[in-house]
Design a protein around this ligand. Structure first.
Ligand code: DPP
Ligand code: ZN
Length: 890
């Protein structure tokens, strides 16, 4: 395979001063006429010829300065032009076939409408171009299409002209005043309607906001619109950044590879992150919509106004924009100072990071936040680039405070607005604005793997000194990742010390004149470093890495009693939750080890008691209690074992769930009753917290050996629910209860759910996912259910949301069933990766990743996984899938 290296970056040989695109939109054959004003780049070495990128295009004609150009050669990767002048106008006509485009990259048709997706390298499937992010230019776009079939014609920027054409056709002309890279181009054409709002931006300019959907979905757009308005206000207030266009559009499409796309002024969204009403969308859906609308809107500055020099810098925009959307959601949930509400969001984000990004770091796809090489860039839209990248950005804020971070952002925009830049440029702007040298901080961009910080403490009761010794390093990683680990990182390590009364002690470090604050951010820069606290009146309990101040694993030998104490008292809500997770993880891993030996299982009463205290602590928010009572996921636990054993983890985790269900049965019943949310549904974090805790109680009750009570409650909740959160939770509880004992209630609720929501694809996705993630029984393993559902008339492999709802849910979110010892899950996986590969390589490659940690499993599973991987390696055609399976098999 051709490997692209970061070190090989060279500036483009030519620049494009402007581009005019004309589209004659026809599903089977669309003609694109592309006129570019080009000139040689004075900052690059003189190239012998012009190389334009193009894929799956049919070349019609080429003209230079209006005259046909003979020295043009079309080939598999693009178009080569010999003998071009130093500055010239280049006009290229080409054709593509949107109706046949199942890759959903470039120009394609979904539900009869036209859409584009260009990031990362889709624009070259629309026209021949310098399709790289450091070539920025201004676009004028003319769309022509049949007026009845495609009444709405949209592109980036401002609409400057529209009108009718002969033969029932019409046209629209759009102009984007801002220079942009080609990956931010978009067009949409079809039968769509919009919810509209007009607002004034901070400086008083009028803005038109639109959310475009298919006509039957218009009633599900209000929440997305409100999320957009909140996003605009938030970016004005928190970062002083204003919407720069007169018009901002969001368009929903049901066939989409990713969540959404930040095209300039014309964001294209997966319907999943736009459409919501109380009957069809859960609290999580509502929250995700707000987050994704925010994320794409925030890209307008962090990504679009300042973009990436090359794709190795992807985290420059993604890590930063994820951080911004996380902060937005936290501010929306709790405001700037409600630490308990902010902590709920923080916990949710860290859960994802630890479960998914830490796993990525431990396998064959481990790479730094700024990767050094790739075969297919689409494979590098990863948890590391996004989520670890966001943690890296968060660390600047942890080091410099909110004001210091804002100073850095201001300087970044002052220096780089309108440019395509690097992660180094961002780091230097943050450093300069705060008068700091952040050279060592580059390690966070260049080193792969999850750092581990080991902690030792010592209390000197005579001198009243408490020392904390930190040592940093990495665990086992692949050799390629090991090579990147060149030296210690600058780790902001937040710490508090807790006294016997459960209160934080004031902190004074050796050398300081007085105590200041109760949480300190230690700047840990050496391989090993000792910090000394003085005036420490009694031996404290350390609260380590408060609010998860760095994306590392902390190793410290807490006793179970100490963890229970932290769970009850830590003033840092994140670490309170963390103490419970540590306690649970430790118990669960010990039980999994026993389960792997078929030894009997037991759980200490003190653990149950610790969780009972949290459950019934009314000073804690319901949302926090829900998170605290949620056990670490099976995937996360399997990952912590020396040899991953999903069956043993499942048995252990189910054992604990059943213990907690039985021991706290009365509490769960009381909680389920107390946290009802009567009245009209509102997706506020507070109401969602009540529903979350109530539905957690229902899920635990469904684990009882005699599930009759849970079935009764869940059936009633299912029937009476006025919102999808409660209805889906009830259905899920019925499915869980029917594991212990077949219940007709589960079957009839499933059938009812399908009938009720037959016309709502996003809800039918939930219907597939609930079944794919159910427990299954020995008599009816879930693989059978899944294979059966593959033949359901509503199943469609070409629709990524549907494929994800059934296939991905089973392969990635049902480990105990997927990793069945007979290898049936792996055989299914291989079939589906190969089938998807022929349709949509990006989606296929995502599924391919489900087996990448195969070496970490028990020998029996490992060998079956290897065989499945080899089968895919032998049959996969796309660069996307080949890169994943070949790296896995190395
Ligand atoms: N649309 C994707 C995102 O916003 C890729 N840029 O993360
Ligand atoms: Zn993004």
């Amino acid at each position: 395979p051709v490997v692209i290296h970061r070190a090989d970056y060279a500036p483009p040989a030519f620049l494009i001063d402007s581009v005019a695109l004309e589209f004659d939109l026809v599903p089977t054959r669309t003609i694109v006429r592309n006129t570019m004003r080009m000139r040689r780049n004075p900052g690059a070495v003189r190239a012998p010829r012009l190389e334009l990128l193009g894929e799956q295009l049919e070349l019609v004609s080429v003209a230079v300065n209006g005259a046909p150009h003979a020295a043009a050669r079309a080939h598999e990767h693009g178009l080569t032009l010999d003998d071009v002048p130093d500055a010239f106008e280049l006009t290229i006509e080409s054709a593509c076939a949107p109706a046949e485009n199942t890759t959903l990259s470039g120009l394609y048709v979904s539900s009869g409408n036209f859409f584009t997706q260009c990031e990362a390298e889709g624009f070259r499937r629309i026209t021949y171009f310098l399709d790289r992010p450091d070539v920025m230019t201004t676009y004028t776009v003319t769309l022509r299409a049949d007026k009845t079939a495609y009444p709405v014609l949209l592109s980036n920027g401002n609409l400057i002209e529209e009108g009718d054409l002969p033969d029932g056709r019409h046209f629209a002309k759009w102009e984007d005043p801002f220079k942009k890279p080609s990956y931010l181009f978009a067009l949409v054409a079809g039968q769509l309607v919009a919810l509209e709002e007009r607002i004034k931006s901070a400086s008083g300019k009028e803005k038109l906001l639109q959310v475009w959907v298919e006509p039957h979905d218009l009633g599900k757009t209000r929440h997305a619109m409100e999320s957009l308005i909140h996003s605009i206000r938030w970016d004005e207030e928190r970062f002083g950044l204003e919407l720069d266009l007169d018009r901002f559009m969001i368009v929903a499409v049901s066939d989409f590879n990713m969540g959404a796309m930040e095209n300039k002024g014309l964001n294209v969204f997966n319907t999943k992150y736009v459409l919501a009403n109380p009957e069809t969308a859960t609290d999580t859906d509502f929250a995700n919509i707000e987050a994704v609308v925010g994320h794409e809107y925030f890209h307008n500055w962090t990504g679009n106004r300042v973009t990436c020099r090359d794709w190795f810098q992807l985290s420059l925009k993604e890590g930063l924009t994820v951080f911004r959307d996380q902060e937005f959601s936290a501010d929306m949930a709790g405001g700037a100072s409600n630490e308990a509400a902010r902590a709920v969001k923080r916990i949710e984000d860290v859960r994802v990071l630890r479960q998914m990004q830490f796993a990525e770091d431990s396998g064959p796809m481990a790479h730094p936040v700024r990767p050094e090489s790739y075969v297919e860039i689409n494979n590098f839209y990863t948890m590391t680039v996004y989520e670890k990248g966001a943690e890296v950005v968060r660390m600047y804020q942890t080091l410099f405070g909110r004001d210091g971070f804002r100073r850095g952002m201001d300087l970044y925009f002052k220096r780089h607005d309108g440019q395509a830049v690097t992660c180094d440029d961002f780091r230097v702007a943050l450093a300069d604005a705060n008068g700091r040298d952040l050279a060592q901080f580059e390690g966070w961009y260049s080193q792969a793997g999850t750092p581990r910080v080991s902690v030792w403490t010592n209390y000197d009761a005579t001198a009243l000194r408490y020392t904390v010794t930190l040592k940093q390093g990495y665990g086992d990683v692949a050799p390629a990742a090991r090579e990147t680990q060149t030296g210690p990182l600058l780790i902001p390590f937040a710490i508090g010390l807790i006294g016997r009364d459960g209160a934080d002690m004031p902190l004074r470090l050796d050398g300081e004149s007085a105590a200041a604050g109760t949480t300190r951010v230690l700047e840990f820069t050496g391989t090993e470093q000792t910090f000394t606290f003085v005036d420490v009146r009694e031996e404290p309990l350390p609260s380590l890495l408060r609010n998860f101040s760095a994306p590392v694993v902390v190793e410290y030998d807490y006793t179970a009693g100490e963890l229970a104490f932290l769970l009850a008292h830590d003033s840092d809500p994140f670490n309170r939750w963390e103490a419970g997770q540590r306690l649970a993880t430790r118990e669960l891993l010990a039980l999994a080890a026993r389960a792997a030996q078929d030894a009997p299982l037991s759980l200490d009463d003190s653990v149950v008691a610790a969780f009972a205290r949290v459950l019934n602590d009314e000073t804690l928010s319901p949302a926090f209690r829900e998170l605290a009572l949620m056990l670490p996921s099976e995937a996360y636990l399997a990952e912590q074992m020396a040899e991953s054993n999903p069956a043993a983890v499942h048995r252990a985790r189910q054992f604990v769930r059943k213990r907690l269900a039985a021991a706290l049965r009365d509490d769960w019943l009381a909680i389920h009753e107390r946290h009802q949310t009567p009245g009209a549904y509102a997706p506020t974090p507070e109401a969602a917290g009540h529903r979350g805790l109530k539905n957690l109680a229902l899920a635990y009750l469904a684990e009882l050996d005699d599930p009759a009570e849970a079935v009764k409650l869940a059936s009633a909740q299912y029937a009476e629910a006025n919102n999808m959160t409660d209805r889906a939770a009830a259905l899920s509880a019925l499915l869980a209860a029917s594991t212990a004992q077949e219940t007709p209630a589960a079957e009839s609720a499933l059938a009812d759910f399908y009938r009720r929501f037959e016309k709502e694809p996003l809800v039918i996705d939930k219907w597939f996912a609930l079944q794919a993630t159910q427990r299954g029984t020995a008599a009816r393993p879930v693989i059978e259910v899944v294979r059966n559902l593959m033949t359901h008339p509503a199943f469609n492999l070409k629709n990524p949301n549907r494929a994800r709802s059934l296939i991905f849910s089973f392969c990635s979110a049902n480990p105990a069933q997927f990793h069945a010892e007979d290898g049936s899950g792996y055989a299914f996986w291989a079939e589906q990766v190969i089938a998807l590969d022929a349709l949509n390589p990006q989606v296929a490659a995502r599924l391919a990743r489900a087996l990448e940690l195969w070496r970490r499993y028990t020998p029996v599973l490992r060998e079956k996984m290897r065989a499945a991987l080899e089968q895919v390696a032998a049959q996969a055609k796309s660069r996307d899938v080949r890169e994943i399976v070949e790296k896995a098999l190395v």
